[in-house]
Design a protein around this ligand. Structure first.
Ligand SMILES: NC(=O)C1=CN([C@@H]2O[C@H](COP(=O)(O)OP(=O)(O)OC[C@H]3O[C@@H](n4cnc5c(N)ncnc54)[C@H](OP(=O)(O)O)[C@@H]3O)[C@@H](O)[C@H]2O)C=CC1
Ligand SMILES: O=C([O-])CC(=O)C(=O)O
Length: 436
């Protein structure tokens, strides 16, 4: 039995309850019922343990998480395994930073991450949550809910308003926080305001994140925000930055499944080209339904070109009209899908869409943009572009339009990527999927 040092007795019922209920929960998990509390020393908390069973702590000292930006509440107590158990059952902890963590999307996403939905049940995680002065209290509320959820895999949670603190050693950065476009606001103003957030965050990632951090930009306009972010992080490979396009892919698959009368997992090879905006191109030419080209299954080709395309482009807006707010849950699901696509080998012959940096792309799209394209992954966090896709005039023309829009957005944020004076001459019909 390992016996702890005994600091002056301080036992709150709350702490004892948290620890013992966690212990019961953890002891039901394979590999958890061993030794606890290595890092608990930092919080001054000590316990007695045996090799097979967890016992309640013998002495507890208050965890002063408020003074420790590294941890929140119960997460100042980390329950570690014996080294050999760690190597046998558990992977090394993954550190995930999330901005806009008090927002709607994060409110769904964080709980998915903590439950093991993305990385699996043998993968402990640390969540580092970025808020602002405006959202700090809400962020504390989020952390409290994470505490109360007793997720065995969630080993560390910290909250902060400083990106340099939050991004320290981050292996994943999910950049969700962004100012929404308000009534009467010019898109150029939105690009500028959010661009500043993402250039600041790019710099912070560059300074302190893992050199191999994978960044998924969700906050709109996500492609151009991702471009700004990567340009401000020159020491991190540009290919590690993604703009979230998976929601658009999922929306497109759903509409095709509906039209074809098949379950949606029979729809594969779905590419969304371009910008996460109403100019995006849901490519039905390369899609397969039950392995067949879509035009062989859906004979109504006019529907594909008109209704289907517009439905996907404007799905965000249609949802806002019903809900009174933009997609939260389905966006969180699509972030999970996007992450899993990078850490799981892509099914043979299939692909997924992601907004990635155009640098030597095989499709003739302008270089130096963040553009949604078809990708495959070996499951190592990296991806390659799919080469064997076909084009026709319809798809090509549409791709040119979304490309022009991204080039215009880029000119508008030239000052944020070190390319001189901005010139904002945006196409008038350029809109987020949520704007109609
Ligand atoms: N790519 C995609 O597929 C999709 C993208 N989105 C985009 O994701 C983003 C987040 O959406 P959601 O979670 O629903 O939004 P919320 O309104 O719930 O807010 C998210 C966070 O953004 C931050 N924020 C709000 N206002 C400002 C501001 N004025 N300046 C700076 N930051 C601000 C806040 O965080 P804090 O105060 O802590 O900084 C807030 O918690 C939006 O930009 C939305 O358009 C949404 C759906 C799909
Ligand atoms: O426009 C928005 O904020 C919401 C959005 O991106 C979407 O629903 O695809």
């Amino acid at each position: 039995m390992a016996v702890a040092e005994l600091p002056p007795s301080y036992t709150t019922q709350l702490n004892t309850f948290r620890i013992s209920s966690l212990s019961t929960h953890l002891s039901n998990q394979r590999g958890f019922s061993v030794q606890l509390f290595r890092r608990a020393k930092r919080a001054g908390i000590y316990c007695s343990v045996t090799s097979t069973q967890i016992q309640a702590p013998v002495t507890v000292q208050a965890a002063e998480s408020k003074n420790n930006p590294d941890c929140y509440g119960v997460f100042c107590l980390t329950y570690d395994l014996k080294a050999e158990e760690e190597t046998k059952y558990w992977k090394k902890m993954v550190t995930i930073a999330v901005s806009g963590a008090a927002g709607m999307i994060a409110n769904h996403l964080l709980f998915k991450l903590a439950s093991g939905e993305v990385f699996g049940l043998d993968q402990p995680i640390a969540l580092k949550l970025l808020g602002s002065e405006r959202s700090f209290q809400a962020l504390e509320g989020v952390a409290m809910e994470l505490e109360d959820s007793l997720y065995p895999l969630l080993r560390e949670v910290s909250i902060s308003i400083d990106p340099y603190e939050v991004f320290q050693d981050a292996e994943w950065a999910l950049l969700i926080g962004a100012k929404p476009r308000g009534p009467g606001m010019e898109r150029a103003d939105l690009l500028d305001i959010n661009g500043k957030i993402f250039s600041e965050q790019g710099k912070a990632l560059n300074a302190v994140a893992s050199r191999n951090v994978k960044v998924i930009v969700v906050g709109n306009p996500c492609n151009t925000n991702a471009l700004i972010c990567l340009k401000n992080a020159p020491n991190i490979p540009a290919r590690n930055f993604h703009a979230l396009m998976r929601l658009d892919e999922n929306r497109a698959k759903c509409q095709l499944a509906l039209k074809a009368g098949v379950f949606y997992d029979n729809v594969s090879n779905m590419t969304i080209w371009g910008n996460h905006s109403t100019t995006q191109v849901p490519d039905f030419l390369n899609v397969r339904i039950n392995g067949f080209p879509v035009k062989k299954v859906i004979k109504d080709h006019k529907w594909l070109e008109k209704e289907f395309t517009q439905k996907v482009q404007k799905r965000g807006g249609a949802l806002i009209q019903k809900w009174g707010r933009s997609s939260g849950a389905s966006t969180a699901v699509s972030i999970v899908d996007a992450m899993r696509s990078l850490i799981t080998p892509t099914n043979e012959g299939d692909w997924f869409s992601s907004g990635v940096y155009t640098n030597g792309n095989p499709y003739g799209i302008s270089e130096d943009l963040v553009f949604s394209m078809p990708c495959r992954s070996k499951g190592d966090g990296d991806y390659e572009l799919v080469k064997d896709v076909i084009f026709d005039d319809y798809v090509r023309n549409r791709i040119s339009k979304t490309e022009a829009e991204l080039l215009a957005e880029k000119r508008c944020i030239a000052h944020l990527i070190g390319e001189g004076v901005p010139v904002c001459n945006l196409p008038t019909d350029t809109m987020l999927p949520g704007e109609m």
